[in-house]
Design a protein around this ligand. Structure first.
Ligand code: FAD
Length: 398
């Protein structure tokens, strides 16, 4: 690793690797550091991603695709099932990745484009000068050194500390952290082409439980619940264990992970002098689904492009890097995050009976006729009061 780069990327997840690859492709000198000994492991993800979104960044490769999905099933608290075929289910239908291989592939691509990649190397502090970031202090195998950079891209994930060390408040309210637990289970009866989402306060309070297939008899079976609902005897893992014991009593667990997902609003500002923040570190996860792989790649690439422009003008001040912040907020992902935060806040307050009503109405529609208007008509018949609430939510979103 050199003593000075144009761009230094902290963290080699999808956000960091896309930033490093893009910056290197634009001809910048790039260093990317990853604190873990291996990129991509351990996996802390259910690994679902929409096909179209993924293809914007990388050509799909069977090496890192565990399942090619056809539909999503949503199961109401009372057990009613609603099936969304691929053309209806949007981003929920896509691939289930093998992120150990996928994240590694993205890091390889960054390296191939010319970025220096260092594993087992942790950023421990920013180098700050005249109120702006000038690089990072790196620690690797007991050795510490300073690496300077015109722009540092903080891609250090949900547990991000780098931006906080730079004076940015990155606190997530407890109620907006989804505490998650997931088992990679094998020898279970599943439909290998269908993702399953189970809703309800008994199953997953203020969250959902998922079954994401990874092969004929293998799946990520996981759950996310609101941090404020978690406590002794009712942690995410307790709910998951109860579900697994009843649904997959003979299944075998070959991997167990826990993790947090932020479902809060993004950071109020994602750029500072010499610093750009991307992916989970910027809290750009979709608050409704908890999906963040695509958003991390999108913001990673955008951050690198903005850094390249700033470097070419010889000005890496906050003002010069702010176009990154406005560009992602004005992009479809920025708008989706803003809208889905309101929808999430509405849905988590719904009692199970109302969730049942919505899903009954949706499930009773012929999928060829499925449209928001038809859903509202069906709801009007069943529960006019709910329609008034939905109208209020709509007014908030417009
Ligand atoms: C249980 C669970 C299920 C999920 N399921 C899905 C899903 O199905 N679909 C989806 O789209 N998203 C899902 N997500 C979210 C998704 O995993 C993240 O949004 C995505 O990984 C974000 O990418 P990133 O590059 O921002 O951060 P990360 O992938 O977290 O990468 C950050 C990297 O930075 C490294 N790092 C941290 N600090 C330092 C440091 N100081 N120095 C050097 N390196 C550092 C970390 O080791 C890590 O490798 C899930 C998350 C969880 C927890």
């Amino acid at each position: 690793m050199k003593a000075k780069y144009d761009v230094l990327v902290i963290g080699a997840g999808p956000g960091g690797s896309l930033a490093a690859r893009t910056a290197a492709e634009l001809g910048l000198s790039v260093g990317m550091v990853e604190k873990r000994p291996a990129v991509g492991a351990p996996v802390r993800c259910a690994e679902g991603i929409g096909k179209e979104g993924l293809a914007e960044f990388v050509k799909p490769d069977p090496c890192w695709i565990s399942a090619d999905l056809r539909r999503a099933e949503i199961i109401a608290p009372d057990g009613t099932s609603m099936m969304l075929e691929s053309e209806m289910a949007g981003s929920k239908v896509g691939y289930i990745l093998d992120r150990k291989v996928f994240d590694r592939e993205l890091a390889w691509q960054a390296a191939e484009a010319g970025a220096d990649v260092m594993v087992k190397t942790r950023a421990t502090a920013p180098i700050l000068e005249d109120g702006r970031v000038r690089g990072a202090v790196l620690s690797s195998c007991g050795e510490t050194r300073n690496v300077e950079a015109d722009v540092v891209i903080a891609a250090d994930g949900v547990e991000s500390k780098f931006s906080r060390w730079c004076g940015i408040d990155t606190t997530i309210p407890v109620r907006e952290i989804m505490t998650s637990a997931q088992y990679l289970m094998t020898d279970i009866d599943i439909d290998p082409y269908t993702t399953v989402f189970l809703l309800g306060n008994e199953v997953a309070p203020e969250g959902y439980l998922w079954i994401f297939p990874k092969g004929d008899r293998t799946a990520n079976v996981g759950i996310g619940i609101s941090g404020k609902k978690s406590g002794p005897g009712h942690r995410a893992r307790d709910y998951l264990d109860r579900f697994v014991a009843s649904r997959f009593p003979n299944g075998k667990t070959i991997e167990h992970i826990v993790g947090g997902v932020s479902v809060c609003k993004p950071l109020p500002c994602t750029a500072a002098g010499g610093l750009v923040i991307v992916g989970d570190a910027a809290r750009v996860v979709d608050p409704l689904t908890g999906g963040g792989i695509y958003n991390a790649m999108f913001t990673g690439r955008l951050a690198a492009k903005t850094a390249a422009d700033a470097i070419s003008c010889g000005d890496c001040s906050k003002e010069a890097l702010m176009p990154y912040d406005s560009a992602w907020r004005e992009s479809p992902i920025g708008k989706t995050i803003a809208r889905n935060w309101h929808i999430k806040e509405y849905l988590i307050r719904l009692p199970d009976e109302k969730l049942n009503d919505i899903i009954h109405s949706a499930a009773s529609l012929n999928m060829k006729e499925f449209s928001t208007l038809n859903l509202v008509r069906e709801l009007m018949k069943r529960n006019p009061k709910l329609v008034v609430e939905l109208a209020a939510l709509r007014a908030l979103l417009l």
